[in-house]
Design a protein around this ligand. Structure first.
Ligand code: AMP
Ligand code: ZN
Length: 461
């Protein structure tokens, strides 16, 4: 029996889908204005793991992950690049797919794009206006009237009055209450806009998820996921919109992935510690890289924060390589002779761990026990079991010899990182001769250095 921690109930609950054997799952996806960073990658990978495990557990899953392709950040970036919005979002969607593929994520069943669902959003806004839960303002915006929704604050555990007292909310003459949030924004010059009965405009962010979830999955869904930060206001507002319109529960199980930090600090652009997934992947061996990052992202429990440093990633790589080394040294029994038997004691413990709110650290511990046993007994059936269990979460499907060989290349990477750090130290100490010497040494290895505001990056020539 699968148990899931439901953020709304604040406890683990037995999972019972609306329709027997089927799961309707919606996850808030990316805003496509840039390459996604390693924190985004964590949330995306966590829900890929959930999707894979639900499928392994026998459910037929419809997994919807939206793409936000119109918003302030996209408009601003496209203007800055001198690029059409559609060109920027097309480029970033293609890059997102490339990076997700490298992290061995399965494609969701549907990836609806906000700009393809404007009619559905307007339909939902119309329902809310006719029920008195939303109102058009004189400036052409349409707002949600939070006071009209009795359950507002139930997910984040905040009451409307606390929110008013606690948050500094700008007073806006067009809103009836400062907490009211925008569903439809009146058109501004040089911004994308669509026709509506409220005038020309574009949707607010929150409405897209309620509208696309309703269009793809119906009024009540089984699982809704996203990063921990989205609980308030985004998911609180989604509940207000969806339940305000349908009068039915919106989501039966809310799941939130904890944050990834950088060097134990919150990742933020202003601290300059944001790394895109791509810039990490280029420094890793092509055979090992994606799976190593995936392993690093999933070996902590999804509700625990994890910390990213280069060293921690290297340590994860070594651990994963030790599983592959066992598979290289003890070839798994051929697929034709092997079927995953969930009654096997290892498989059962793996299953129990995953069924307990997707406890990947416990599940991985079973894989490491199996590795030890394979190394001791040299039993090809155990090797086949290791590969099959890893496979349920997207691991251990590469060629073991090629994976282990990648270690040499990866060690070279570690050496280059160390040289770059030494050069930075030398520069700091104003020892420019030494800094130049190290630079030449790096160059001699066929590496190009790029010094930027956020530090030095490198690539192979
Ligand atoms: P955004 O494109 O900023 O809307 O974020 C896309 C997804 O990534 C959301 O589900 C966020 O909650 C999640 N996210 C953003 N930053 C982090 C982080 N540092 N760690 C984990 N998830 C994150
Ligand atoms: Zn959303």
């Amino acid at each position: 029996m699968l148990r899931i921690h439901n953020s709304l109930a604040r406890e683990k609950q037995a999972f019972t889908p609306i329709e027997s054997g089927k799961v309707r799952m919606y996850v808030c996806g990316l805003t496509v204005y840039d390459y996604f960073h390693i924190g985004n990658a964590r949330t995306l990978t966590v829900f890929d793991m959930v999707y894979r495990w639900l499928t392994t557990a026998g459910y037929e899953v419809k997994y919807v992950r939206n793409i936000t392709d119109v918003d302030d950040k996209i408009i601003e970036r496209a203007n800055r690049n001198g690029e059409a919005i559609e060109a920027l979002t097309a480029r970033m969607v293609a890059a997102m797919h490339e990076d997700c593929d490298r992290l061995l994520m399965l494609r969701p069943s549907v990836e609806p794009r906000a700009t393809h669902h404007i009619d559905n959003m307007l339909g939902l806004i119309g329902d809310l206006v006719s029920k008195g839960k939303a109102y058009p303002a004189s400036n052409g915006d349409v707002y949600y009237a939070v006071r009209e929704f009795a359950g507002y604050g139930k997910l984040s555990g905040k009451s409307i009055d606390d929110l008013r007292a606690g948050e500094r909310i700008a007073v806006d003459g067009h809103k009836r209450d400062p907490l009211d949030f925008v569903l439809w924004k009146a058109a501004k010059p040089h911004e994308p806009h669509w026709c509506s009965c409220y005038g020309e405009g574009r949707p607010g962010w929150h409405i897209e998820c309620s509208a696309m979830s309703r269009a793809e999955l119906g009024e009540t869904i089984d699982i809704h996921g996203g990063g921990w930060d989205l609980q308030f206001p985004h998911h609180e507002n989604e509940i207000a919109q969806s339940e305000g319109a349908s009068g039915k529960p919106f989501v039966n199980y809310w799941m939130h992935a904890a944050f990834l930090n950088m060097d134990n600090e919150k990742m933020s652009k202003s601290l300059g510690n944001v790394f895109t997934t791509r810039e990490i992947l280029v420094k890793l061996d092509p055979v090992q890289g994606g799976e190593t990052v995936r392993f690093f992202l999933l070996r902590g429990h999804y509700r625990s924060e994890i910390n990213y440093t280069w060293d921690i990633l290297q340590e994860a790589r070594g651990a994963l390589a030790s599983l592959y080394t066992a598979l290289r040294d003890v070839p798994p029994a051929p697929a034709a002779d092997f079927e995953l038997d969930w009654n096997d004691p290892h498989a059962r413990r793996f299953h129990e761990a995953m069924s307990d709110d997707f406890n990947t650290p416990m599940a991985f511990a079973v894989l490491f026990e199996l590795r030890n046993e394979i190394n001791r007994t040299r039993d090809g059936r155990l090797a086949a079991l290791l590969r099959a269990l890893g496979g349920t979460l997207g691991f251990l499907q590469a060629d073991p010899a090629a994976f282990v060989q990648g270690m040499a290349a990866a060690d070279e990477t570690a050496e280059i990182e160390a040289l770059i750090a030494a050069r930075a130290e030398a520069k700091k100490a104003r020892n420019f001769a030494e800094a130049d010497r190290i630079r030449d040494e790096i160059k001699a290895r066929g590496i190009i250095l790029e010094d930027g505001a956020g530090g030095t990056t490198w690539r192979k020539a």
